[in-house]
Design a protein around this ligand. Structure first.
Ligand code: GLV
Ligand code: MN
Ligand code: MN
Length: 416
C-alpha cells in the first residue's frame, strides 16, 4: 500500500482512551491517577498487556519508565521514540498525557494491522511521574533517563504523607531492573493536548510548538507563632498565613512587574495547624514561574525572593526557601517541527506554529534527541481539570499526524 494513504483507526483510539479513563475515574468526569498509586499501577498493567499483544519487547527501568520496542529492519539503527505519561493530576482530565501514550500505541497497532515494517525500531514509552503533583518535581523520570537529574535524589522525594518515591515504586511492582539511562534516539515525538486556548481560538486542528517554556519551582516554608485567636490582640501577632497572603499577591504581580512573557502561580499551600481558632504557625506554599526567557525568569525570582524575605522579616516570621527544580526553556528541532507542520498540511488539517506553556517530558528528551510535539485543541482551553476535553475527531487527526511523522523518521537513514 502507498504509505501516504495510511490512517489510524479513530474508533479504536477512542475506545482505548475510554477504557483507560475508567481507571481512576472521578464523579466529575475526569480521572485521578496520581503517580505510583494503585490506579497508576492498574493503568500500567493494562498498558503492558496491550504492548505484549503487539509482540513488543517490554522493558521497565529502575525509575518505572515502561518502554515497548517494535523492531526495525535495521536493529542497529537508533530507534524513533514516542510516548508521554499515564499519571494524572488530582482531579485531572482524561486526555493529558494518556493521549500521547495511547496515540503512539494506536500508531503501532496500525503498523501491525498492515504488516508495515520500518527501517528503524520504534520505541513507545510511558514516563513515570510527569505531573510532579504527588512527588515534586515534574518530568522526573525522563529527567533521570536523560541524565539531567540524579536517580537517588528522585528516589528520596516524598509525598505529603512522607512516603518515598522509591518505596512507592517498589510497592506497585514497577521498579524494574534496566538502568534508567539514555540510549541513542533518532527522533522523539510527543503527542499531547494543547492545554490552553490558542488552537481553538485560531480555528486550527494541529499545533506544532517551537518549544517549551522554562519551568522553575520553589518551595517556601514560613514559621509564625500559634496562639488562641480570641484573647490574642491583633498587634504583635506573627501570623504565618497572613504573611503568606501578602507573598502570594507578590507572586501574582510578578509577570506584570517584569513586563515580559511570563506566568507565575502559587498552586499549593499547607497551613498548620489549620484550625479556625488558632493563629497559624506554619505554612508551606509553592511557586511556579514559567517563561520562554530563562534570564527573565531568574531575574524575576531574585526580585521575588527579596520581597518574600522582606515580608517575612517585617512580620517576624522566619522563612526557609528551597529552589526545588529548574528546567531551561527548550527549543525543539526545527526540521522535526517543520515535519509536523508539513504532515498536517498533507493530511488537510489547519495548523499553527506556537509555544508550549505546559511542561512535558519532551523538554528532557530534547536534550537527548531531535524532538518535536504535536498538539490538538483543548475545548475551552481547559486542562488539569475534570472537564478537560478534546474532540474525538481532533484526537484522530493528531494521531494521524503522529503516524506519518513516525513513519518518515523511522524510514530515514536506513541501509542504502
Ligand atoms: C505539567 O503538567 C505542567 O505543570 O505543565
Ligand atoms: Mn501532560
Ligand atoms: Mn499535566
Amino acid at each position: 500500500m502507498d504509505l501516504k494513504n495510511l490512517r489510524i483507526d479513530g474508533k479504536r483510539l477512542r475506545s482505548t482512551l475510554e477504557e483507560m479513563a475508567r481507571i481512576g475515574a472521578t464523579p466529575g468526569g475526569g480521572v485521578q491517577r496520581l503517580t505510583l498509586t494503585d490506579e497508576d499501577k492498574q493503568a500500567r498493567d493494562l498498558f503492558v498487556r496491550w504492548l505484549k499483544e503487539l509482540d513488543l519487547k517490554v522493558t521497565i527501568d529502575e525509575m518505572g519508565n515502561i518502554f515497548g520496542r517494535r523492531p526495525g529492519r535495521s536493529s542497529d539503527l537508533a530507534p524513533v521514540m514516542s510516548g508521554s505519561h499515564i499519571d494524572s493530576q488530582p482531579k485531572g482530565g482524561r486526555f493529558d498525557g494518556i493521549l500521547g501514550v495511547m496515540g503512539a500505541l494506536e500508531v503501532l497497532r496500525t503498523l501491525h494491522d498492515h504488516g508495515i515494517e520500518t527501517e528503524r525500531p520504534i520505541d513507545i514509552v510511558d514516563w513515570t511521574n510527569e505531573e510532579g503533583s504527588r512527588f515534586a518535581p515534574a518530568m522526573v523520570s525522563s529527567g533521570v533517563w536523560a541524565g539531567a537529574l540524579e536517580r537517588d535524589w528522585a528516589y528520596d522525594r516524598t509525598d505529603i504523607e512522607g512516603k518515598r518515591f522509591e518505596d512507592e515504586l517498589i510497592r506497585i511492582g514497577y521498579k524494574g531492573d534496566a538502568p534508567a539511562k539514555k540510549w541513542p534516539v533518532h527522533a522523539y515525538y510527543e503527542y499531547h493536548i494543547e492545554q490552553g486556548p490558542i488552537l481553538e481560538r485560531e480555528g486550527k486542528t494541529i499545533g506544532a510548538p517551537k518549544g517549551i517554556v522554562c519551568l522553575h519551582w520553589y518551595d517556601v516554608y514560613l514559621e509564625g507563632e500559634a496562639n488562641q485567636v480570641g484573647p490574642t490582640p491583633m498587634e504583635g501577632r506573627h501570623d504565618a498565613l497572613c504573611a503568606t497572603a501578602e507573598m502570594i499577591l507578590k507572586v501574582e504581580e510578578l509577570p506584570a512587574r517584569m513586563g515580559g512573557n511570563m506566568v507565575a502561580t502559587v498552586g499549593e499551600i499547607q497551613n498548620y495547624p489549620n484550625s479556625r481558632n488558632i493563629i497559624p504557625d506554619k505554612v508551606h506554599f509553592t511557586v511556579d514561574i514559567r517563561s520562554w526567557d530563562d534570564e527573565l525568569a531568574l531575574d524575576a525570582w531574585d526580585k521575588l525572593r527579596g520581597d518574600l524575605e522582606t515580608i517575612a522579616r517585617r512580620r517576624g516570621c522566619p522563612i526557609r526557601i528551597e529552589e526545588t527544580w529548574r528546567v531551561q526553556h527548550s527549543p525543539f528541532d526545527e526540521k522535526l517541527v517543520q515535519r509536523v507542520l508539513d504532515n498536517a498540511e498533507a493530511l488537510g488539517y489547519p495548523s499553527l506554529h506556537m509555544v508550549s506553556g505546559a511542561g512535558h517530558d519532551a523538554s528532557y528528551m530534547n536534550q537527548v534527541a531531535p524532538t518535536a510535539m504535536i498538539f490538538v485543541p483543548s475545548i475551552g482551553g481547559r486542562s488539569h481539570v475534570e472537564v478537560e476535553k478534546t474532540s474525538w475527531e481532533d484526537c484522530e487527526a493528531g494521531a494521524n499526524v503522529l503516524l506519518h511523522c513516525i513513519l518518515q523518521s523511522a524510514n530515514e537513514g536506513g541501509r542504502p
